[in-house]
Every structure is written in structure tokens, then in C-alpha cells.
Design a binder for this molecule. Structure first.
Ligand code: SF4
Length: 320
């Protein structure tokens, strides 16, 4: 039985779709035609140095779809570009929806391509979260429903451009969100922490706070001091961590954490990351005392470890 009630033909083929049919949810800029740099609008702000309307190429985008200032984005006032994640939607639209046709050589597809991209990004983001929930053994009671939802969403990512642009995404998001919440509660059942869903914690002083197993869903944590905080198994879906200080914090097992959230935060070499995440290049080295405290903390048993050396969010396309 369909979970998402998406358009008939697409939904029908999606139910039971296997993992082999799932699209990638990690960006591969080398197979994208620079869609995030064209399709999306910017507003001049702390995150973007210029205004840019949707559908207009950024002035820094090169003809080969690479960013001309990739290694200077923060210095040039384009921090927003360093924290954006398309979750693989760029290559899906470029290579699957439009079969490898570049909007530059085929201007007739430019408009539809740019319209599909934000829709695809939302589908891929949901798939990324579903994948996280499916990887948690504690969420086994809802795995069957999660798999059906993932199959339906995967099928939608292979739909044609008209179907995608006509999608009513908010109901899909709500349905998936309910499932993810149930998964979250199962995962955090043994270490249920504080309920801070949607809390306004802008600039809050949470240094060393015990937030293990907490719900921080959609919390506003901009510029919050979370240094040394225990965030193990905290649910951070949609939490705004821009400029939050995660130095020395422990994020082992964090639920629904994204690389973009880490990229927008501050941290250091003592921050404990979950498996599969990359320590952002702009993070600092821990000072001696913090490093030694973190090392001492980590002598306690806990799962997870940092894995360094993964690719940055902006992949090879952006490297100039
Ligand atoms: S990544 Fe570079 S080309 Fe793309 S929008 Fe940002 S500054 Fe422009």
C-alpha cells in the first residue's frame, strides 16, 4: 500500500522498489551542469556577496560548470555556497531527468530544468533522511514503512519533468516527517533527552550541555555555544547550526545530521563526528586543554568515530 499517495502511475511502480533503484543522495558536481549556481536565487547578505535572480547563472560560474572562486568562497563573501547541499539532485536532474543534455547547448530545456531542480532536491533530502533511519537497528519496527516510502520517492525521482514540477511536495514532506519522527523516538528511546523541538536557542550558552538523546528538531541554534556539549543521538533534523560552536562537542550517533549543517557550524579537531562525515576545512585545531579534555572524555566507551579525508561537499566540478 502506498505511503505517500503520490501520482498514481509513478507511485504504483515505486512500491517495493529495491535499494538498487535508489538514487544517489550525495552530490557529484562532476555530473551536474551547475544547477545550484543557476537555478536558485541569492539575496545579498552575510551568505552571498551579490543578488542573483533564479534562472540566471552566477557570475562566478565558469563555462565548464566549475566555480571560478571555489577555493576562496568564504573570503569572497559566498559562505552560503559552502554550506549548500543538493543531496545529489543536481546530477539526477542533469543525467536522468534530462538525459545528460546541458541547458547551455539546449536553451529550450533551461526553464524546465531549473524548475525541476528545487523539487528534486527536496525528494533527495527526504531520501537522505530515510536512509539514515533505515540504517538504525532501533528503528526496525518502522523499517517496512520507511522502505515503502523510500521506494515511492525513488520512483518519483525518475519521473519526467512535467510530473516533477507538478508535484505537491508539502504533503509528501509531512508524511515522511511523521515516519522519521517515529523512527527518531525509537532510536532515542533508551537515552531520551530534552524536548527542544523548534526552540529558539539563538546564541544560547550551552557549553558542555547534556543534550544526548535530545530532540533539537528544527531548533534555531545559530551562533549557539555548544562547545563540549554531549549531542550523542540527538535528533538535529532541520536544526539551524550556522555559526554554532561545536568545538569539542560529541555528535556520535546524531540523527539526521547533514554535512551542510556541519559546514555551516564552527568546530575543531576535538569535535567527535559520526561515521561518514567530513571535518570542514575551516574548523580549527583544538587548544591543548580542550583536546586533552576531549581525549579524556573519549576514553569512556561510546560508539562512532570520525572518518577524515572524505570529499568535500563541493566536489570536483567546483574545484577550479
Ligand atoms: S559555488 Fe561559485 S559559481 Fe556556484 S553560486 Fe557559489 S560562487 Fe557562484
Amino acid at each position: 500500500m502506498p505511503v505517500l499517495r503520490s501520482p498514481g502511475p509513478v507511485s504504483d511502480t515505486a512500491v517495493g522498489a529495491g535499494a538498487d533503484a535508489a538514487p544517489e543522495v550525495r552530490a557529484d558536481c562532476s555530473r551536474c551542469f551547475g544547477l545550484c549556481c543557476v537555478a536558485l536565487p541569492f539575496a545579498r547578505s552575510a551568505d552571498f556577496a551579490v543578488d542573483k535572480p533564479a534562472g540566471t547563472p552566477c557570475g562566478n560560474l565558469r563555462p565548464d560548470s566549475r566555480c571560478g572562486i571555489h577555493d576562496r568562497l568564504r573570503d569572497r563573501g559566498f559562505t552560503g555556497c559552502t554550506v549548500f547541499d543538493c543531496f545529489g539532485a543536481g546530477q539526477q536532474v542533469s543525467q536522468v531527468t534530462f538525459g545528460g543534455r546541458d541547458w547551455r547547448g539546449d536553451p529550450g530545456i533551461a526553464g524546465p530544468m531549473f524548475a525541476v531542480f528545487p523539487v528534486m532536491r527536496q525528494l533527495h533530502e527526504l531520501l537522505r533522511y530515510l536512509g539514515d533511519a533505515l540504517a538504525r537497528p532501533e528503528a526496525a519496527p518502522v523499517h517496512a514503512e520507511l522502505r515503502v516510502a523510500a521506494g515511492e520517492l525513488s520512483a518519483l525521482t525518475r519521473a519526467d519533468a512535467d510530473t516533477l514540477t507538478g508535484l505537491d511536495v508539502p504533503p509528501l514532506r509531512r508524511t515522511v516527517s511523521d515516519l522519521l519522527l517515529r523512527a527518531s523516538e525509537l532510536v532515542r528511546a533508551g537515552s531520551r533527552g530534552r524536548e527542544l523541538r523548534g526552540a529558539d536557542l539563538f546564541g544560547a550558552r550551552l557549553r558542555g550541555a547534556a543534550l544526548g538523546g535530545a530532540s533539537l528538531r528544527g531548533a534555531l541554534l545559530v551562533a549557539a555555544d555548544l562547545s563540549g556539549a554531549d549531542l550523542r543521538r540527538a535528533d538535529v533534523i532541520g536544526a539551524d547550526l550556522r555559526d554554532a560552536d561545536l568545538s569539542g562537542a560529541d555528535l556520535t550517533g546524531c540523527l539526521f545530521l547533514t554535512q551542510a549543517q556541519l559546514d555551516g557550524a564552527r568546530g575543531d579537531s576535538a569535535t567527535v563526528l559520526p561515521d561518514g562525515f567530513t571535518r570542514p576545512a575551516h574548523w580549527s585545531e583544538a587548544d591543548g586543554s580542550r583536546a586533552s579534555r576531549a581525549a579524556s572524555d573519549r576514553s569512556r566507551p561510546r560508539g562512532g568515530r570520525d572518518r577524515r579525508g572524505g570529499r568535500g561537499r563541493r566536489g570536483s566540478r567546483k574545484a577550479g
